[in-house]
Design a protein around this ligand. Structure first.
Ligand code: SME
Length: 149
């Protein structure tokens, strides 16, 4: 098992324990991003949620300050929303329309976030390194998000 898969297996157990059914989404989403950020020390990890104006709006996150609103189909986040699929970006500088909230970010993954079968936002993770994310991240992050359903 690779180190990454091992850490994700640990994270699955930790996040399952961490999610508090007596809390609202914000508390659980905040802890969810903290658990991921601390496990892998990613540069930035956070949610964008679809707001009343049909834009993605910054939600609970861990890391430096970030862009607050992203349009449908814009950037990696808006594209993952539009396509309703996980997008892995090995080099953000090669992604047309990438929104640079931070010049430090070099690779990124964005995973659609569903609740009760409805897409309500995305989970976005940025790395200061190139080629950080692959199909393992997509697989495990999708599984982790199911704990927030
Ligand atoms: N890079 C993202 C914007 C959000 S920040 O990375 C936190 C994008 O292109 O959608």
């Amino acid at each position: 098992m690779s180190e990454k898969v091992f850490l994700y297996e640990e994270l699955l157990k930790e996040v399952k324990e961490l999610m508090d059914p007596k809390c609202g989404d914000i508390a659980n989403m905040a802890n969810f991003t903290a658990a991921i950020k601390n496990k892998f020390n990613f540069w930035w990890c956070g949610f964008y949620l679809i707001n009343a104006n049909n834009e993605l709006e910054l939600g609970p996150f861990q890391g430096p300050t970030a862009c607050t609103r992203i349009g449908f189909g814009k950037g990696v986040c808006g594209s993952a929303w539009q396509q309703e699929k996980t997008i892995v970006v090995p080099d953000v500088h090669q992604f047309e329309g990438h929104i640079a909230c931070s010049s430090v970010s070099n690779s990124e993954i964005v995973v659609p976030f569903y609740k009760k079968g409805k897409l309500i936002g995305v989970l976005d993770i940025d790395s200061e390194h190139y080629n950080t994310f692959d199909e393992n991240d997509a697989f495990f992050l999708e599984r982790l998000l199911a704990y927030l359903d």
